[in-house]
Write a protein that binds this ligand. Structure first.
Ligand SMILES: NC(=O)c1ccc[n+]([C@@H]2O[C@H](COP(=O)([O-])OP(=O)(O)OC[C@H]3O[C@@H](n4cnc5c(N)ncnc54)[C@H](O)[C@@H]3O)[C@@H](O)[C@H]2O)c1
Length: 336
């Protein structure tokens, strides 16, 4: 049994806790949240102990691993505390909103031999993974264009989530930067981003954007296009399309059912898409947690690492610089 402490039991922490508890070889023993009622709600549902003291959870002898699902700007502090306590870590994306903190964390983690998997759940989605596998197997020949559409059904609440998330590029596009690296199988080296405020004035008030188009060039010359919006009126729009010399492979949107209606007026599918991440990526979150448990049990390297989180954040920083300065930006990965 791998016994988990869940650090942060809000929207996604509570969902992850339920998935952990459903595994035959894992359980949740402690739930930590600064909001006592949230820790208690998840803990009581799963027969775990609740605390508002992180050291109680990290120091507990019945915690073997931690899952960090607190606000983004608290991740680095919790990663370092968990590493110091010698607990394997599954941490939600992004590593942090502040690249300097991430780089400092990377240096400090060198002192610890700790397993750390980063929560880029979309790599575990069976449909997106099939696109990546087809590209890697050469089914579409040399990759020429990669098109990633990622649009949320609606913005999160302004406070505290929007304020603490680091903005569209670090919070949302980060998934797409990682997906691009995953499907390309190589790095993106140049980024050009345009962005706008088309959805809600709150984003401009927070010096953020709600709509973006990003173009990137890979090391070998493939072109990538990412488009993001904080609002659709038809559900969670998640598509990945790879186009190459021999054809195209595409991960399409998911619907609640496969029903279509046909009559004299026409043929149609009327249901909105699956609503949001918890519905759309359920299988991916399950596979992500399964992979983490298996890596800890086998002592192997996790499939998504701190380095992946760092590199995706470097792409986000390049996109922000490009958007603000209205120019293409070369990406410097340094020694990451
Ligand atoms: N991978 C994905 O698909 C996905 C989806 C949503 C959110 N996330 C990430 O998960 C994280 C949490 O997002 P959320 O939507 O669940 O937010 P949320 O606001 O719903 O939950 C955050 C929880 O953390 C608690 N908290 C606040 N400060 C804390 C601290 N210092 N220590 C511990 N807990 C603290 C809050 O009380 C709250 O219960 C973010 O980093 C976000 O980017 C990832």
């Amino acid at each position: 049994m791998l016994r988990f402490g869940i650090l942060g039991t809000g929207r996604i922490g509570d969902m992850h806790a339920g998935i952990v508890a459903a595994q035959p070889d894992a359980c949740v023993t402690w739930c930590f949240d600064v909001a006592a009622d949230r820790a208690e709600a998840t803990a009581s549902r799963l027969g775990a102990r609740a605390t508002t003291d992180v050291d109680a959870a990290l120091g507990a002898p019945d915690v073997d691993a931690v899952l960090i699902a607190s606000p983004t700007d608290t991740h680095v502090g919790l990663i370092l505390k968990a590493a110091e306590a010698g607990k394997p870590i599954l941490c939600e994306k992004p590593i942090d909103v502040d690249i300097a903190k991430v780089e400092d964390c990377r240096r400090r983690l060198e002192d610890y031999d700790v397993t750390l998997q980063l929560g880029f759940n979309r790599r575990f989605d069976p449909s997106h993974k099939a696109v990546r596998d087809a590209v890697a197997a050469g089914e579409i020949g040399a990759l020429e264009l990669l098109v990633i559409t990622s649009r949320d059904p609606g913005p999160p609440p302004p406070r505290p989530i929007l304020e603490a998330c680091g903005g569209l590029f670090r919070d949302t596009s980060i998934h797409d930067f990682d997906m691009a690296r995953y499907v390309l199988g190589e790095e993106a080296v140049e980024v050009y981003a345009m962005a706008a405020n088309r959805v809600d004035p709150i984003f401009a008030e927070l010096d953020d954007v709600d709509t973006a188009m990003i173009v990137m060039r890979s090391e070998s010359g493939a072109l990538v296009h990412i488009n993001n919006s904080r609002r659709t009126n038809y559900g969670y729009d998640q598509r990945v399309e790879a186009f190459g010399a021999l054809g195209m492979v595409r991960s399409n949107n998911h619907r609640p059912s496969e029903v279509s209606r046909h009559d004299a007026g026409g043929t149609a599918r009327r249901e909105p898409l699956l609503h949001f991440f918890i519905e759309r990526y359920r299988a991916a979150y399950e596979a992500e947690i399964r992979a983490f448990i298996d890596c800890v049990a086998a002592g192997t390297r996790p499939p998504v690492t701190f380095r992946d989180g760092h590199r995706a954040l470097l792409l986000a920083e390049a996109a922000i610089a490009s958007w603000r300065e209205n120019r293409p930006v070369r990406v410097d990965y340094g020694d990451s």
